[in-house]
Design a protein around this ligand. Structure first.
Ligand SMILES: [Mg+2]
Ligand SMILES: [Zn+2]
Length: 183
């Protein structure tokens, strides 16, 4: 059984689009830009024997900012470019709902982790979830995961300091995550 690590997408694998794109989402293919050291970090995680699974809110779909088809194109591009760099994404789980849909999968709810656990067929408690927001930390802890906040997304060290729910670890980027989790 492989070790597993869960990654948020925006602000962790790719640059967050808040304040950058018209609707603040990665709403078309050209807005998908890898975060610093993300491809290198996922390559390192893959080489160290981790199954990498993406857990991401994409409410822009239900808000009508981009289609499921566009999201699939973005996902394909992400997976392909990571493979070219020597890494591998095993599976991607998205919540396409917005808060008013009151679904059970939009983080900080834990439905996406439940889906991932069902897919893997074994307990995932104790594994790491890497995110860039307090919402990620709350979601991960609610499902019994350990959490890492990275500084490639929305939050600075100062912001994280003010979160009520504190991550277990803080890392600069995914390369540092790969070093720390494989110790
Ligand atoms: Mg994020
Ligand atoms: Zn949902």
């Amino acid at each position: 059984m492989n070790k597993v690590i869960f990654l948020d997408r925006d602000g962790v694998i790719n640059k967050d689009s808040f304040g950058v794109t018209p609707n603040n989402y990665v709403e078309s293919l050209e807005f998908f830009q890898f975060a610093d050291n993300a491809k290198e970090g996922i390559k390192a995680l893959t080489e160290k024997g981790f199954d990498v699974i993406v857990i991401s809110n994409q409410a822009g779909v239900s808000k009508g900012f981009y289609s499921e088809e566009t999201l699939k194109d973005i996902t394909d591009k992400m997976i392909n470019e990571i493979e070219i760099a020597g890494g591998r994404i095993k599976k991607v789980f998205y919540c396409l709902h917005q808060t008013s849909d009151n679904c059970d999968c939009r983080k900080p709810k834990t439905g996406l982790f439940k889906q991932a656990q069902d897919f893997l067929g074994h307990d995932i408690k104790g594994y790491f979830f890497v995110g860039d927001t307090e919402r990620d930390v709350i979601a991960g802890h609610s499902y019994g995961l350990k959490t890492i906040a990275v500084l490639t997304g929305k939050a600075t060290i100062k912001d994280i300091d003010n979160w009520k729910e504190q991550p277990d670890l803080i890392c600069k980027d995914l390369v540092e995550v790969a070093e720390i989790v494989s110790r």
